[in-house]
Write a protein of this length. Structure first.
Length: 187
């Protein structure tokens, strides 16, 4: 585990909007819009495989609800791309995952060693969401074995949200939380 360079929320958000605008434009412009979107989406996938955390966030966006007649909704790919984006320092992605990560963050904040964690890691009111979110996402990437190349190459089957699916990610978060705490307490 290590801290990644963060892409500030504002920069990540603006880059996300720009890339999404390009992809959405590929749907509305040419006559062969399906091929145009697929080509652009494949290009974003290449960037995402190179650990571009904005491209990973955009991939998550499109898998969350799918794109009518183009791309199936896929809960696993959505959440895994978002987790990768957070692990790679995308503050905007970390904010979107905050509800999912909140209980684990609260466990860290409630730790009787909180003062030591704050001191050792330079955590304050301004950065705690990003630092803790980043480390928890890194732990999830390791725990779940998330790899960008595998995500790009896996089938785009429809996978809807379900409590069973959510439990898989929650258990992974439960398993990585002690390792994150240990990392935060390492001098």
């Amino acid at each position: 585990m290590e801290y990644n360079d963060f892409i500030k929320r504002k920069d990540a958000y603006n880059s996300f909007k720009e890339l999404r605008k390009i992809l959405n434009g590929s749907i509305t412009s040419p006559k062969d819009w399906r091929k145009s979107f697929k080509d652009m989406f494949d290009e974003v996938g290449v960037l995402a495989m190179e650990n571009n955390c904005v491209a990973q966030d955009v991939m998550a966006y499109y898998y969350k609800d799918g794109v009518q007649d183009l791309l199936e909704e896929n809960y696993d790919k959505y959440l895994q791309w978002e987790i990768l984006a957070g692990a790679n320092g995308n503050e905007f992605a970390i904010e979107k995952l905050q509800f999912f990560l909140n209980y684990a963050m609260q466990e860290i904040v409630d730790s009787d060693k909180l003062e030591k964690i704050l001191m050792l890691n330079g955590i304050d009111d301004q950065n705690y969401i990003y630092i803790l979110g980043n480390l928890l996402c890194e732990g999830l990437v390791d725990e779940l074995g998330i790899e960008p190349k595998k995500l790009v190459e896996s089938p785009d089957d429809k996978i809807e949200y379900s409590l069973e699916k959510q439990r898989v990610y929650r258990r992974a978060l439960d398993h990585c939380l002690p390792r994150v705490l240990e990392f935060l307490l390492t001098e």
